[in-house]
Design a protein around this ligand. Structure first.
Ligand code: COA
Length: 170
């Protein structure tokens, strides 16, 4: 038996496990920042369909990390081609997740490395991603890999915004 992780492309038989990992990721994100939107029960049901779509779309790559045949992590990459902005070919990475017992052993970096290889073949120039402010693991992980924040997503409730605007001298 070896504890060295191997990376492979996900297949339809992995869907249930992938959904399980996505739910763990969602839980991790919700715990990292109480302000983010919560997934509903319906969202959890739709998730399976979403993962199935990711596996069937041409420009999408879903990778699995395994140790001794056990799935311990996954990552999703998607390629966008466009003519109205430059760079014209960009890759996005999302839903990178490694189960707690296998973290800090290079598995996340290995998943990203393999996505990079797939992106390279397709002529990707820039790589983009989103992570939750307060998700300490993600902040450190992506910073280590050279990512720098360029856009901030902010939110408030409509009620709070109305209170603020009505108290302004306009
Ligand atoms: C983020 C995550 C995928 C990292 O996976 P991992 O396998 O633990 O990461 P690696 O071991 O490949 O770490 C690579 C580098 O990232 C940094 N890093 C990773 N986790 C870190 C942590 N918890 N604290 C500080 N630095 C960390 C380190 O610099 C590390 O390099 P080093 O070990 O040589 O110092 C994992 O922590 C995880 O699944 N977290 C929960 C889900 C999540 O937040 N996913 C990201 C969604 S955007």
């Amino acid at each position: 038996m070896t504890n060295i992780p191997s990376i492979r492309k996900a297949t339809p038989s992995d869907i249930d496990k992938l959904v399980q990992l996505r739910l763990l990721l969602q839980q991790h994100c919700e715990e990292s920042n109480p302000m983010i939107w919560r997934m509903t029960e319906e969202g959890k049901t739709i998730l399976k369909q979403r993962v199935q779509n990711e596996l069937s779309i041409n420009n999408s790559h879903v990778l699995i990390a395994e140790v001794n045949g056990e799935i311990i992590g996954s990552a999703h990459g998607e390629i966008t081609r466009r003519t109205d902005y430059t760079p014209k070919t960009v890759g996005s990475m999302s839903t990178v997740y490694v189960v707690r017992e296998f973290r800090k052993r290079g598995v996340g970096a290995l998943l990203v490395k393999q996505l990079c290889e797939l992106f390279d073949v397709e002529g990707v120039e820039d790589v983009t991603l989103r992570y939750i402010i307060g998700n300490k693991e993600a902040e450190a992980f992506w910073r280590k890999l050279g990512f720098k924040p360029i856009i901030t997503t902010a939110k408030t409730s409509l009620k709070e915004l109305e209170n603020k605007t009505s108290s302004m001298n306009t």
